[in-house]
Design a protein around this ligand. Structure first.
Ligand SMILES: Nc1ncnc2c1ncn2[C@@H]1O[C@H](COP(=O)(O)OP(=O)(O)OP(=O)(O)O)[C@@H](O)[C@H]1O
Ligand SMILES: [Mg+2]
Length: 259
């Protein structure tokens, strides 16, 4: 399908200031974001700490409500109160930084993957088994891991398990927030290679948040640069990184080169 999967308009998110006592610190995390996201694109979102990346990610996957403006997915408004979760999460999945926390520590991984698939689809037992096997292969994981508990996997394995789970319902879009940031460099490289290949082969829309520009450069065809809740620059990754229009982007690039 062509056309935007996501359409974000005048999105604002303000935290605080509406407590019982009316006071408190007010933070404008998103300050008027307009963004169309084309189907099948790999879009990176970068910006310094506190620029609103995670807030945007959480609103895109309906974990958080906006203060103002709107997000539409395939034309349907996205808010925690209006989505039909089963349909929405069949189409949109997310993988965040710490995937140990994204699984139940007391249940075997196979049971958790199966439960996820049963919730999102009407597939029967054998179709679910096939789908799980295929997604494990996508994530380059041994099927033996299905009988294990989450904490017995390495950081790279659990992150790939979260990716496998994210692929189960063949979603149209996957949102990732710092999904490889906590991994060792070599493990990170493997997960990134995998993701790039999967995104190309399966064609899902990838919205990938990272503070590391090299990661974005490797994985994402397009990039959005955020600063204090606003988009300062957007374009093809090679163009934005090769010929940045704003001083802020230039600073981000040079700070990444020095670490
Ligand atoms: N639940 C919350 N309550 C109050 N303030 C919040 C909340 N979540 C985020 N903020 C504030 O909103 C701003 C944007 O935060 P956000 O987590 O979206 O930034 P980020 O770009 O993801 O940063 P990082 O790169 O450090 O992950 C920050 O000032 C943050 O302190
Ligand atoms: Mg964040």
């Amino acid at each position: 399908m062509s056309g935007p999967v996501y359409s974000v308009q005048r999105l604002r998110k303000v935290f605080g200031g509406r407590g019982w006592f009316g006071g408190g610190r007010v933070v404008t995390a998103l300050d008027g974001i307009d963004l169309d996201i084309r189907s099948g694109v790999s879009l990176g979102i970068v910006g310094e700490s506190g620029s609103g990346k995670s807030t945007l990610a959480r609103i895109l996957v309906a974990l958080e409500d906006a203060t103002d403006g709107e997000v539409r997915f395939r034309g349907q408004p996205v808010t925690p109160y209006t989505i039909r979760p089963r349909e929405f999460y069949r189409s949109v999945q997310f993988v965040f930084q710490n995937s140990y926390a994204a699984f139940n520590p007391r249940r075997r991984l196979g049971a958790q993957l199966d439960e996820h698939l049963r919730y999102l689809t009407d597939l029967d037992v054998s179709a679910r088994r096939d789908r799980i096997a295929r997604c494990l292969e996508y994530a380059q994981l041994e099927s033996g891991l299905l009988t294990r508990f989450p904490h017995s996997l390495s950081g790279g394995q659990i992150q790939r398990m979260a990716i496998a789970r994210g692929l189960l319902s063949a979603p149209e879009a996957i949102v990732m927030d710092e999904s490889v940031s906590a991994l060792d460099v070599s493990v990170q490289a493997r997960v990134l290679r995998l993701l790039r290949q999967l995104q190309r082969d399966l064609g899902f829309t990838l919205i990938f948040i990272a503070h590391d520009l090299a990661v974005i450069d490797y994985l994402c065809a397009e990039v959005v640069v955020m600063r204090v809740g606003r988009i300062v620059e957007r374009g093809k990754t090679t163009e934005v990184l090769g010929n940045p229009k704003s001083d802020y982007t230039r600073e981000l690039i040079s700070s990444c080169l020095t670490v």
